[in-house]
Ligand binder design. Structure first.
Ligand SMILES: *Cc1c(COP(=O)(O)O)cnc(C)c1O
Length: 411
């Protein structure tokens, strides 16, 4: 968001005018930022055979999927429904990888029937898959290298207690299942969770994955998952993609040379591609002075943006109505009948009732996790593309709330 002539702009469009046009609260996505992030990865890995699969669970609006298709991305889908969305968005099955966790064999069979790539993350399903398909359907194997990606407990996936992936300590068993069923392993994968703080820790995971990879002779790709950290605060640390690009490219090329084949290097970023492109705009309903703090109460809550309450994530908040007012300390809260605090002790330009606040980093896992709790409508979504704004999801209404409810004849 840029401040130009006292007005905040998103992708060249006046943010306040978007609220006037589409109502409040409102999600706004800036495509130029998504592209810039995509280009950062392709730029850092321009010397390998790179394939990016957008992890669409971060933000599943079909227009966002189509935008990434235009950029040349594939899709990482974690459910059969996301596979369906990606197909509907126009992706070919070959550009979709399905990476579920703890789903039924019948859902996996459904995915196989669509022709997408299948990533399996536990031995039980792998065995069933082997019995069903043998060497007919190639699979990718998700390995848990047991390194810590970093970040909050709830988003960390690579540790020893994690439910994700097949433990690297189960390699013998894994190979036995594969050999017995004559299975074709086309890819090997790890995803160590969000928030890679340290490139060298990531590279340690890489070593473990590549060491495992030599056991498979028919690989086409190595998928390094995601977990790129983005900045949340003005001077926050983030994953140094260029540094990762240099180091991993060197290591991967060396691996391919020894392996005797040029493999595809895959990533499946979600947050990195869309987090910073999104803004959530909300209106201040109430300013409430208590003995302890000043609350700014908004026309939204954990029903629309749950990350701060769910896993303590930080979203930078500014008052776009008063760019130059003196700053004061606020506790920013929602309107839900639960404690839904967006941020404590925030220094924000003095807020009056009716002002519009903007949340940063609202692209990833924000709308995607929104609900109808308290029977509130979910907000509208707007996409800013090449200097124009497009409504890409309507605000819900009463009909949406009742849509699947059946008014029974009991009463
Ligand atoms: C969620 C997820 C991602 C994306 O993670 P980000 O931290 O948003 O980049 C990638 N791969 C898999 C398998 C996932 O479940």
């Amino acid at each position: 968001m840029e401040l130009i002539n006292n007005r905040y702009q998103i992708g060249g469009i006046d943010a306040m005018s978007l609220v006037e046009k589409y109502g409040s609260p409102l999600y706004v996505y800036d495509n130029a930022k998504m592209k810039a992030q995509y280009d950062k990865i392709t730029g850092a890995f321009n010397d390998v055979n790179l394939k990016i699969n957008y992890a669409c669970k971060a933000l599943t609006n079909i227009n966002v999927l189509r935008f990434f298709k235009k950029l040349g991305s594939g899709i990482d889908a974690v459910s059969i429904q996301e596979v369906g969305l990606a197909l509907k968005a126009g992706f070919s099955p070959d550009d979709i990888i399905y990476t579920p966790n703890c789903v039924s064999m019948s859902e996996i069979e459904e995915a196989v029937n669509t022709g997408v790539h299948i990533n399996i993350d536990n031995l039980s399903i792998l065995e069933q898959f082997g019995h069903t398909y043998g060497d007919k359907v190639p699979v990718c194997i998700r390995i848990n290298p047991h390194i810590l990606g970093g970040g909050h407990d709830k988003i960390s996936t690579g540790h020893i207690d994690s439910k994700f992936g097949i433990s690297i300590y189960q390699m013998r068993h894994l190979l036995r299942v594969i050999e017995t069923n004559n299975m074709q392993i086309e890819g090997i994968h790890m995803h160590t969770g969000s928030d890679i703080l340290d490139v060298d820790v990531f590279l340690r995971g890489t070593e473990i994955l590549l060491e495992a990879a030599v056991s498979f002779r028919e690989l086409k790709y190595v998928d390094f998952g995601s977990g790129f950290k983005v900045p949340y605060k003005p001077d926050d640390i983030f994953t140094d993609i260029d540094d990762l690009g240099r180091k991993l490219t060197k290591r991967f090329k060396e691996f391919c040379k020894n392996y005797g084949k040029d493999l595809v290097l895959m990533f499946e970023p979600g947050k990195f591609l869309v987090s910073e492109a999104g803004y959530f705009l909300a209106t201040v309903n109430v300013i409430k002075q208590t003995t302890a703090t000043v609350f700014a109460g908004l026309d939204t809550g954990l029903n629309h943006l749950i990350r701060p309450m769910f896993y303590d994530s930080y979203h930078h908040i500014i008052n776009i109505s008063k760019p130059h007012a003196k700053t004061r300390i606020y506790t920013v809260v929602g309107y839900i009948c639960e404690t839904d605090t967006f941020g404590w002790n925030r220094k924000i330009n003095e807020i009056a009732e009716g002002d519009i606040l903007a949340f940063y980093n609202a692209g990833a896992y924000c709308y995607a996790m929104a609900s109808n709790y308290n029977s509130r409508f979910r907000p509208a979504e707007v996409m800013v593309h090449e200097g124009k704004d497009y409504l890409i999801r309507k605000r819900e209404n009463m009909d949406d709330l009742l849509h699947n409810q059946i008014e029974s004849e009991i009463f």
